[in-house]
Design a protein. Structure first.
Lengths: 449, 103
């Protein structure tokens, strides 16, 4: 008998789980539930708008969605519109791949003052996420500080550094392009608590910074202390160091109007400002611990950087879904080999998880393919040992109920109508697409109202 | 500017790369793998997965015949989607490559 699987979330992990299920020898049907009317999760709302080549991965997802046994239910929030208990009744297995879009806080004084925001909020804003499009960012101060040493920190710095002309051919949302066109920011300071050898930047994204037309990356080599570093660590970080050192001697004849400064060994202590951020104070750090496991330890040295915008990019966490165990400290769903367990380690029958909500926010798009494949192996192994399948009538009943309680749910053809309109709107202004940024307009475009 | 599989893959064929490729752009014969440059989206997920450092960006080897070789071979060989066993002697070959400083 055909087995029915529900997938919660339509980002890379969700789609790769669907792919692995539909490619398996077992006869399965996959229903994908998504909170927004539109699919693709962080490929649409996380990947930078000027990284269009990466976004081409959606062609793979579209291929998966074209499978006759795949159905998409957009604009349906699991845990609210449909309960986990209802999914457990209707499906043989449920894979939670809801991702991690909430941010981690710095936990320092002044963090909540206006102008101190998470990088994920800024990213969601420029990428046109409906829940963030009305946010405002003060871009009137010449200096912005970006805290964190990962690729998101590089993304937001690059978007702040690019000229409106450079951004115009991306699919950055109109409201963000307009706001950034009036930006007075000239200096972006990217700060890490540890040293350059410990940074998590990708080589490719770091190298990209030297190709910007109106901005130059700047690195002060005196912040690179290699005296106590092992040769293995140096070899491991060789390429990144090479690129950073290339930033050490900016071309003074160019006089780029903007600069991206790389600063290291600085731990944020407090953000100053009454109505809005006016500066941020860091403690100087030194590194302690073994090779490949160096920790920053604060010293008495302090440095204050005047800034009007502080973007923190120090990690992400998932959100809890009612009815699914959640490890609040780690911000993930606890699991073993993709099988969800409760906080005591007991297996939760039928529940599985994949992607960032399973293992935390590490790795890139393809990492989630390996992750989802492992989860699906667990699902298929468990389905294989179980002789009973859910009565397909139970799934039918749920889908009938869904039509009544959420008549505005969007199927994949509804998304394709949105996609088509967005591409056409983009064409008119020389962009790959102009995203629709409100849920009501999405529903209208999908024909779901 | 796609990614390219170099000769380090020959005699090894670890295939760890294919499990993280988001677009299934790896093709292969019995001896080694190649990347389809039209499909590769330059995400770089494969680079750290290769035990012999056999994947590079084409801008790092500009002018190399490997760029055309990847395109030609990928066009005619089947897609490799799941990890397979490395070739016999792959670990020994890896040690040799490391000793030569090629990894």
């Amino acid at each position: 008998m055909i087995k029915s699987i529900a997938i919660v979330g339509s980002g890379p992990a969700g789609f790769y789980a669907a792919e692995a299920l539909l490619n398996a020898d077992t006869d399965v049907r996959v229903d994908m539930y998504e909170r927004l009317p539109v699919p693709f999760g962080l490929v649409r709302y996380g990947v930078a708008p000027d990284h269009q080549k990466l976004k081409r991965v959606t062609a793979v997802f579209e291929g998966i969605a074209a499978h006759p046994n795949f159905q998409f239910f957009g604009n349906v929030t699991v845990g609210q519109d449909v309960l986990i208990t209802e999914l457990e009744t209707a499906y043989d297995a449920i894979i939670i791949a809801s991702g991690a879009i909430s941010d981690r806080k710095l936990g320092i004084a002044g963090e909540n003052v206006s102008g101190s925001v998470s990088a994920t909020e800024f990213v969601s804003w420029y990428n046109g996420h409906p829940e963030f499009r009305d946010h405002n960012f003060d871009l009137s101060h010449p200096c912005a500080v970006v805290i964190g040493n990962g690729n998101v920190a590089l993304d937001v710095s690059r978007i702040l550094a690019k000229s409106p002309e450079e951004l115009a051919s991306s699919d950055i949302s109109k409201h963000a392009l307009e706001a950034l066109s009036t930006s007075k920011i000239t200096d972006i300071v990217v700060v890490g608590r540890r040293g350059p050898l410990q940074a998590s930047f990708s080589i490719r994204e770091l190298r990209e910074l030297s190709t910007l037309t109106g901005a130059e990356p700047v690195f002060d080599p005196s912040e690179l202390d290699t005296t106590d570093i092992s040769p293995e660590e140096l070899k491991d970080a060789e390429r990144m160091l090479g690129i950073l050192k290339g930033f050490a001697h900016p071309d003074s004849s160019r006089q780029a109007p903007k600069r991206i400064h790389f600063r290291f060994l600085l731990s944020p202590q407090s953000i100053q400002g009454t109505e809005a951020v006016d500066s941020i104070t860091f403690a100087r750090c030194k590194l302690e611990g073994e090779a490949f496991n160096r920790r920053p330890v604060t010293t008495e040295g302090r440095e204050t950087i005047p800034a009007g915008l502080v973007l923190r990019s120090v990690g992400y966490r998932g959100s809890e879904i009612p009815g699914v165990p959640f490890d609040d400290a780690a911000g993930i769903i606890p699991s073993k080999e993709g099988r969800v367990v409760d906080l005591e380690g007991q297996l939760k029958s039928k529940l599985y998880t994949a992607g960032w909500i399973r293992r935390g926010p590490s790795g890139i798009i393809g990492t989630n393919r390996a992750c989802a494949n492992e989860t699906v192996e667990a699902v298929l192994a468990d389905l294989g040992t179980s002789s009973i399948a859910c009565d397909p009538a139970l799934r039918e009943q749920l889908l009938v109920k869904l039509k009544t309680i959420k008549p505005t749910n969007v199927d994949f053809s509804g998304w394709q109508r949105i996609d088509d309109l967005e591409r056409k709107a983009g064409e008119a202004c020389g962009k790959p697409r102009e995203k629709i940024t409100s849920v009501s307009e999405m529903l209208l475009a999908a024909g779901a109202t | 500017m796609p990614h390219i599989v170099t000769d380090n893959c020959s005699s090894c064929r670890f295939t760890d790369c294919v499990s993280v490729c988001p677009v299934n752009c790896f093709h292969g014969d019995a001896g080694r793998l190649y990347i389809d440059p039209d499909l590769c989206i330059d995400c770089g997920a494969c680079i750290p997965k290769c035990p012999v450092g056999a994947i590079v960006e084409d801008i790092d080897i500009l002018g190399s015949p490997l760029i055309d070789l990847n395109a030609e071979k990928a066009a005619s060989l089947p897609v490799i989607m799941t990890k397979q066993s490395p070739l016999p002697g792959a670990d020994k070959r890896r040690e040799e490559l490391m000793a030569e400083g090629l990894v």
